[in-house]
Design a protein around this ligand. Structure first.
Ligand SMILES: NC(=O)c1ccc[n+]([C@@H]2O[C@H](COP(=O)([O-])OP(=O)(O)OC[C@H]3O[C@@H](n4cnc5c(N)ncnc54)[C@H](OP(=O)(O)O)[C@@H]3O)[C@@H](O)[C@H]2O)c1
Length: 302
């Protein structure tokens, strides 16, 4: 297949490109800055369409010409998930592209209503608009938290402090959380667009591993040669719900990133966005799940 990856320069885009190339596909990229590509990806692309404006119709038309599938690996920002992704969907419709992996790789937002989670609102809005208006039936992937994101890519607090050997948490410490590595995510994404029926769209549910914060701390300690990690409860789930309600009352919604962590933890702890990773079982022959122990061992800097 010839696969277009929008957002190919990003955290998920590059691993998706590597996974697609490893399966023998041709990969085309579109983005604002090809210099952000690692050489091993950049040198193997079929082509790269550079555009300063990701909604530019001529650039998008050029990017989708002749492609068999599109992976939208663009940023999570609502203006990108809605505006840019809709522009991409419209050119894909006109070009007759049938397989469209929509922006996703989240906890299961299909169970939510608008207003439950500021960031997931954008995914729901795109999903519903596509459903109501498009001949394309997108695929959406549900993966839980991307472990590289929480350790390397976000400014939000890290899940553990390796200097003080502390693991902070909200809730009881016994809630199970779902995680995926970017490489597993990329392999599942390629499996999803290769699957028979990919053009019919739908959701898939996968994970690398799931664990409680206690198990997370314990595994980190074991992977670091028997380090004793201290758990620190920062708030109950109920307290976090109150803090979230107060933040929503007092914060301009455009500053949603300041309090979105509270929306995540309360929805996760209340199992509102949980899922069974049924497709990890379905694709067990194609994708080997990375364990938490393996991931810690592969990332000694964490
Ligand atoms: N489950 C999780 O823990 C988790 C965490 C993070 C992300 N995600 C999901 O993964 C997907 C990809 O996220 P990511 O973190 O890989 O993305 P990212 O690295 O933040 O961004 C991907 C690319 O999007 C382009 N981009 C950024 N801002 C843009 C803008 N304003 N207009 C146009 N293009 C823009 C950039 O490409 P250029 O600069 O080259 O144009 C960037 O390299 C998102 O849908 C997100 O929801 C999930």
């Amino acid at each position: 297949m010839l696969i277009l990856i929008a957002g190919i320069t990003g955290m998920c885009g590059q691993p998706c490109a590597r996974a697609a190339l490893a399966k023998g596909h041709q990969v085309r990229g579109i983005g604002r800055n090809p210099d952000k590509l690692d050489a091993d990806v950049g040198s193997k692309l079929e082509s790269f369409v550079t555009t300063p404006d990701m909604t530019d119709r001529a650039a998008l038309d050029k990017a989708v010409k002749g492609v068999d599938a599109i992976i939208c690996a663009l940023s999570y920002l609502p203006e990108v998930v809605v505006d840019v992704q809709l522009a991409l969907l419209r050119v894909a419709e006109r070009a007759g592209v049938k397989i469209f992996h929509g922006a996703s790789w989240n906890y299961d937002w299909t169970k939510l209503q608008l207003g439950d989670h500021e960031n997931y609102d954008a995914y729901l809005a795109f999903h519903r608009t596509a459903q109501l208006t498009s001949s394309i039936k997108p695929i959406y992937g549900f993966t839980g938290s991307i472990i590289e994101y929480i350790f390397y890519w976000t400014d939000r607090a890290k899940p553990l402090d390796k200097d003080t050997h502390t693991v902070p948490y909200i809730g009881t410490g016994d809630e199970k959380y779902i995680y995926i590595t970017v490489d597993d995510l990329a392999a599942y994404t390629v499996a999803a667009i290769e699957a028979p029926g990919a053009a019919q769209g739908g959701n898939y549910y996968v994970e690398s591993f799931r664990c409680t914060i206690r198990e997370f701390a314990q595994m980190y300690g074991q992977a670091r040669g028997g380090l004793e990690m201290q758990l620190r409860c920062d708030a109950s789930t109920e307290m976090a719900e109150e803090m979230l309600a107060e933040a929503r009352r007092t914060t301009d919604p455009r500053n949603w990133q300041k309090y979105i962590g509270l929306a995540y933890v309360t929805l996760m702890n209340n199992k509102k966005i949980d899922f069974d990773a049924v497709d990890s079982k379905r694709w067990a022959g194609q994708v080997k799940q990375t364990s938490l122990r393996e991931w810690f061992e592969q990332h000694p800097d964490v």
